[in-house]
Design a protein around this ligand. Sequence first.
Ligand code: HT7
Ligand code: ZN
Length: 861
Amino acid sequence: PQTIYLKDYTPPAWLVDTVDLDVSIEADGTVVSATQTLRRNPAVADQPLVLDGEELETLAVSVDGREHPYLASATSLTLNDLPASCTLRTVVRIQPDNNTRLSGMYRSKDGYFTQCEAQGFRRITWFMDRPDVMSTYTVTLHADRATFPVLLANGNPVASGDEANGRHWATWADPFRKPAYLFALVAGKLDVLRDTFRTASGREVQLAIYVEPGKLDQCPHAMAALKKSMKWDEERFGLECDLDHYMIVAVGDFNMGAMENKGLNIFNTKYVLARPDVATDVDFENIDRVVAHEYFHNWTGNRVTCRDWFQLSLKEGLTVFRDQEFGADLHNRQTARIREVRGLRAAQFPEDAGPMAHPIRPESFVEINNFYTATVYEKGAEVIRMIQTLIGRDAFRAGMDEYFRRHDGQAVTCEDFVAAMAAASGFDFTQFMRWYRQPGTPRIAADGFWDADSASYTLTLSQSNPRASDDAPYLIPVRVALFAADGRLLPGSERLLQLSASSQSFVFENVAEEPVPSLLRDFSAPVYLDFDDTPEQLTVLLAHESDPFNAWEAGQRLATRLILAASTEIAAGRTPVWPASFVDAARQLLQSHAERGAAFVAEALTLPGETTLAELISVVDPDALHAARNSLSRHLAEQLENEFAGLYASLTVSEAYTPSSEHAGRRALRNLCLSYLVEFDGEAVRELAFKQFREADNMTDQFAALAALANINAADCRQRDSALAEFYARWQDEALVVDKWLQVQSTSRRPDTLATVKALTAHPAFDLGNPNKIYALIRAFGANLVRFNAADGSGYAFMAEQILALHDRNPQVASRLARCFDRWKKFDAGRQAHAQAALRRVRDHQGLSRDVLEVVTRALG
Ligand code: HT7
Ligand code: ZN
């Protein structure tokens, strides 16, 4: 397959001012008539008109009302000898009922839906399907009235009416120019929740959330999230909603989380539907974040869009940063940051060290859908955060204002964004641009020296990035502070250092005692930090650091060292010994929950994940690592049994359920206590978990109890079997809850997990046509480090089979499964041989989809 390069970008030869679509949904397919008004781009030399298309049956082509010769291939339509401006009409038939890729127009249970990012519009009609072609759209839909009573498209409703044979039609007009990837339509039988929002300038926006019939009682949280997002964007960035109608439609079959189509967002049901008995605290919070994310795209992505797909992080990194800030303001800033970094380390750091590593602005791709990655999104957000850290919040806001002043209505590049920030702040970002151009996670090595005579502390920071193409240094913001051994913050020691050289020393004066340095506070840059801090220093920070992120980080560093050392011991056949100081620190944390907040304490007592830990080891022994982490959990459970049991009893939330951060924090800590208590398996704790499972009045507590039971290793556990069976029996008609049931089994640490997962692929609840089911059962299994990477290669063989079963049907989702192999080279020779064989089997499959081929080729390369 062809590789596309950023360096080859050229502007479009033709511009499309208006697009008129007539879409008729019929029994033998959908007929799409498209009328485009075209003119040559005056900035580009004359070229034929070349339109993109995929799986289109061409019925007619005319120019200015007359037939015009054209050259059609499977993926392009070329017209020569066109006047400088003209009207092109094409008529095609498409088959949305057979569209299993969920890109373009497709059928789902309750109707027809579209997904056009990145290149789905070409599956609907012939078009220059690239984000720098921006047009004004008018859309008329026709369909059977009884089956598809709701007809929606972007923008405002213009007119509607009945037709012969029980059919009806509706016309929508979107007043804003937009790229084709923001086009959407929906035709279905759906219920609607309506509301309104009055903007700061007094305009009333009509809000609507459309869902599967019968699910209206699961919509109010998403509606509230939408209104909060609208208000927040006005207050924080001065950005008002520009639309008269803002609609969200939820669909159960969707490849990703949600899509920001102008005025007509289409969402995975997972990020809309919530009710306390079916959604967890985490689900409620994710809905807030995703609803906000898509709404924020209306400015960062839609009003100002990307020139080309290499600039994806321009909209995604910035919009993730905005949704993170919203989430932090709405919930709990401290734990939000901790979770962001936990996620970054679990997904983006491994990606940046593996075969799919790429800069946040990639320089080439084979299939753009493979680049909707943790790097483009999450590392992209970290890069935006660093810009704000370097210039300050006020200058960042001024930079955003300048960005919109310069580029509203345009399709632009990452450089354009940074130039606006530079203009507003006067800051020189030349060196900083390296963050956009290099893959890999930089490392900072830190070394401190306290000189008693001069009462000064010299901190030397050196940077490196073995994945970068050269040795040039990054500009890295490093927040630091110094603490006394008794935990006092040393006055005047809080600084933002700008590390710009390969190695640089920073001197702190008036430091009268040997300090405890706290580096990279609030995770001021997405880097690895190598610093030989002592356990005593880390214990001081865990107890006293006023930056909650770095307090948490100190605990993670302590636990990481212990687990990694224990993993080596276990691999060598020895039993690990755990220091009493760690247990004491954990005890103090538990005792401080009232002052420090239950949510924080829950985060601090959650041990680093196996995937994150594996990145720190050169040759990973997944069994030893798993055993080491479990052993530390069990040790804490044994040593702190009374504390865990006491807190479990006292932290009950007696008020009616709300997903507030305060209640959610209490539930998180209580459920963490339960997970420690079941480490200590026995009839009493099994009964305790089972009682919680049965009596819980909310999904957070019910699911936490189910997860605790599902992890019990013993072959026979009556409570585990009953809980799993009862859970399915009760929730089998709630698709999103069934996903939880699948996932809790595929992520179990039990040795028979692969057998369970295999059996579940034949269960009526599993459906290869539904991405959520695949993610819950198959991809989640791929993230189960110890079971997926089984020494006999059975996990790899299973995954290869699933990829091949899916690649043709849904290449995007199959390709996400293929990413489970990213880190195969980190394991021993035996595992590597099995993984390589599985990857080769996939690669050599005849007719393998381009999406999967790119991933497995890079993995094998
Ligand atoms: N901008 C949206 C991306 C998206 C997407 C991309 C490829 C294939 C399917 C997709 N569904 C949604 C999502 C977002 O970042 O908001
Ligand atoms: Zn996005």
